[in-house]
Ligand binder design. Structure first.
Ligand code: NAP
Length: 351
């Protein structure tokens, strides 16, 4: 099998969290705590650690019967943020007993070459899951590539077959970020059934699958997007608000129902000092971090709105922490479905 994979070079294991990421997590827990003594902070880092421990235990069980879950990560070119994410994923794999390999085609790779690489990964039995790090270069047909990944190895849950399974309420490899949101809600004992859940954003990777998962969990779901007229009218009625639009501090305090659960998916890097001061007045930890690094992370929900919440996910240290944990969860799930004891090679309908 000396095909496309080897010609692009395979790097296995290794990598570190970027310093920026570690510093971001160090800051978690400081924000919001001074504003409000009653809002409950949903600690994504703690929940992610619980999930990772469970994944590691499952990987050990598989190892006991001679199966090592295998994850292939495809990283095209040199996008700094993607490189940091991929390093984190490879590092987490190594920690949890998942064999990972990294394939690094150059920026100039063609759609056809990528299709050949994916076909090779689909065919390799020891590769249980395939992750294509997005975004890909504009000249590459991303949709076609995502559809080329075998649904049973589709660790990100982006394949239309897995999206369809999710929609019809059947087991699937589900997109990691919305799956992480559901884990936060479940493990925090927060109600979903019968709640009015408002999801801001309708992307294929966050908003739509989050809405579908909430609907499957018997919430009454409203989805808002860039064409929605008067978004506040909906958010003010939300028992559960999921913000995933990529606009720093978009949801302001006047848009929130007191006592609501606020799930902030947004990860926005703010580099303007005046804007940081506006978002975090009097927050010395933020100011010090900004002075040191020249930027800080802000979610899609204005920090002042958290003061009204019943519970909320901070940024950083909330939803973002779950995404890699759920990726690891999916990797082991795919391995179990494909190769686990008592299973046959038809993971798509068991994942
Ligand atoms: P995306 O693909 O850019 O989609 C953004 C969505 O927000 C679209 O549906 C868009 O509406 C909607 N939108 C944009 N501006 C809006 C506005 N002013 N009012 C209402 N809706 C608006 O983004 P994404 O990939 O879903 O990511 C959303 C955010 O989550 C980003 O900050 C991203 O960094 C973050 N994220 C975090 C994680 C994590 O691990 N925590 C993972 C993925 C993404 P239209 O459809 O009408 O254009």
């Amino acid at each position: 099998m000396a095909g496309a994979a080897s010609s692009y070079g395979t790097r296995s294991e290794g990598g570190r969290y970027g310093g920026a990421r570690a510093a971001d997590f160090a800051l978690r827990g400081t924000m919001g705590t001074e504003m409000n003594n009653t809002a409950r902070i949903l600690d994504g880092v703690k929940i992610a650690a619980e999930i990772k421990a469970e994944v590691a235990a499952e990987a050990r069980s598989l190892a006991a019967v001679g199966i090592t879950p295998g994850l292939a990560v495809v990283l095209v070119g040199h996008v700094a943020a993607s490189e940091i994410y991929v390093r984190s994923k490879v590092k987490a794999s190594a920690e949890l007993g998942i064999r990972s390999e990294m394939l690094t085609p150059p920026e100039s790779v063609t759609t056809e070459e990528m299709l050949a690489l994916i076909a090779e990964l689909n065919a390799r039995d020891e590769v249980d899951s395939i992750l294509i790090q997005l975004p890909l270069p504009a000249h590459v047909d991303t949709r076609r590539l995502l559809e080329a990944v075998s649904p049973e190895k589709d660790v990100d849950g982006f394949h239309p077959i897995n999206a369809g399974r999710l929609q019809s309420g059947r087991p699937a490899l589900a997109p990691c970020t919305p799956a992480g949101i559901m884990e936060i809600l479940k493990r925090s004992g927060l109600p979903v059934t019968g709640q009015h859940a408002v999801v801001l954003g309708r992307s294929d990777i966050v908003g739509k699958p989050a809405a579908m998962m909430l609907l499957n969990a018997s919430a009454t779901v409203t989805v808002c997007h860039s064409k929605t007229v008067d978004i506040g009218r909906y958010t003010r009625d939300a028992d559960l608000l999921v913000a995933a639009i990529g606009k720093p501090g978009f949801v302001t305090a006047d848009m929130v129902k007191p006592g609501a659960t606020l799930i902030d998916v947004g990860i926005n890097r703010v580099t303007d000092a005046a804007e940081v001061a506006r978002f975090f007045p009097g927050d010395e930890a933020r100011a010090a971090q900004f002075a040191q690094r020249g930027s800080t992370l802000v979610g899609d929900i204005h920090p002042a709105a958290f003061a009204l919440a019943g519970a909320y996910t901070p940024v950083p240290g909330g939803v973002g922490a779950l995404t890699i944990a759920m990726l690891m969860h999916n990797s082991v799930k795919a391995a179990k479905a494909r190769r686990g004891p008592g299973r046959h090679h038809s993971a798509g309908d068991r994942a």
